[in-house]
Each structure stands twice: as C-alpha cells, then as structure tokens.
Design a protein around this ligand. Structure first.
Ligand code: MN
Length: 200
C-alpha cells in the first residue's frame, strides 16, 4: 500500500453538534477508506506508484479516470479533515484576514461567496479557497476534482475546502445543504488555513 488512510487528529464526535459523529465515522472509515484503497489500485495499474501525487494531479488528464477520481477522493478528504477541528470556527486573523479583506472586500463577503459556491455546485463536488497568482479566490470543483488538477477550471494552491457531496451531510441535514454549509463555519480550523497560506 503506497497511501494509507490517515488517522483523524480528533474524535468522530468532536465536531458535534455541527457535524455528527455517525456522519464522520462513515465518511472517514468507509468513504475515505474506499478512495484510498482504489487509488492504490489505480496507481498500481497505471504504473505510477512512485510518482508524487501533486505531479499526478498536474497531468491527471493523461491518466485513467480511476486515478483522477480516487486520487482526488484520497487527497481532498485528507485536506478536508485538517480544514476542520473541535473548538474552531470564528474568524481568521493576521495575514489571512488581511488577504481576505483585500480580495473579497470583507470576511462576510468572502463567507457569502464561498457559501454560494457550495450551494450552487450541481450534484457532488467541493468548494475551495485557493491562492492563485498572489490572489485569494473561491473555486468549485465537480466530483473529486481539485484545484491542483490540470483539468480544473480555477487552478491554485488549496487553502480551505468543504465537501458538498450528500454523504458529507445527509444523515443530519438530509436535503438541506444550506444548513450544513451554515454550520460548517463553526468547525473551520483557521490556524491550519493560515499555515497553508504562510507556506504558499
Ligand atoms: Mn466526502
């Protein structure tokens, strides 16, 4: 096995009441585990087990769909778990807050744009805050695509992501994706997002 399902840095129930323990458990131990297993099989089939994942994403259009779908599923969920945390939420600070104000006008304007992108994603996909050419942007990807992939509409360095697949919220919120999105703001680990920007 080249890639392994990462352990979560917090318990399944620690994002309650915003994201329930059952959803977290199934999402991590079933969905993410399946993407990880299938990604390992896909890179073995394509003989790219030694290729760094970022490099695979940069030329993902040249590989079989199983590499794109399961590689995205493996990577995006890792990124999503670390984008969240217990006793989180609120507002970012420092350079990240400054950059958000510069590029979106205000934190509330950013929140509106990010939430709308999540709500308007038709079917399954992801919402992102990315850094691209020194600017912060909101991006939206279908299925398990991400902004590191050559096929992405908006490419850049991912800073924050939100899973808007039904499996991310259906047990607790059913069809009410807007309610899941409204509550997602309570679990964002801004320290992690700030660190990602600092490294960009
Ligand atoms: Mn998911």
């Amino acid at each position: 096995m080249t890639y392994e399902l990462p352990k979560l840095p917090y318990a399944y129930d620690s994002l309650e009441p915003y994201i329930d323990a059952k959803t977290m458990e199934i999402h991590h131990s079933k969905h993410h585990a399946a993407y990880t297993e299938k990604f390992n099989a896909a890179i073995k089939d394509a003989k790219i087990e030694e290729t760094p994942i970022e490099y695979i994403f940069k030329r993902v259009s040249k590989y079989p769909a199983a590499v794109r779908n399961n590689g995205g599923g493996y990577y995006n969920h890792n990124f999503y778990w670390l984008s969240m945390g217990p006793k989180a939420g609120g507002e970012p600070s420092g350079k990240l807050l400054e950059a958000i104000k510069k590029d979106f006008g205000s934190f509330d304007k950013f929140k509106e744009e990010f939430s709308a992108a999540g709500l308007n994603r038709f079917g399954s996909g992801w919402t992102w805050l990315i850094s691209s050419g020194g600017k912060l942007k909101v991006a939206s990807t279908p299925n398990q695509d991400n902004p590191l992939m050559d096929i992405a509409e908006a490419k850049g360095t991912p800073l924050l992501c939100m899973d808007v697949w039904e499996h991310a919220y259906y047990l607790k919120y059913q069809n009410k994706r807007a309610d899941y999105i409204a509550n997602f703001w309570n679990v964002i680990n801004w320290k992690e997002v700030e660190n990602r920007l600092a490294k960009d």
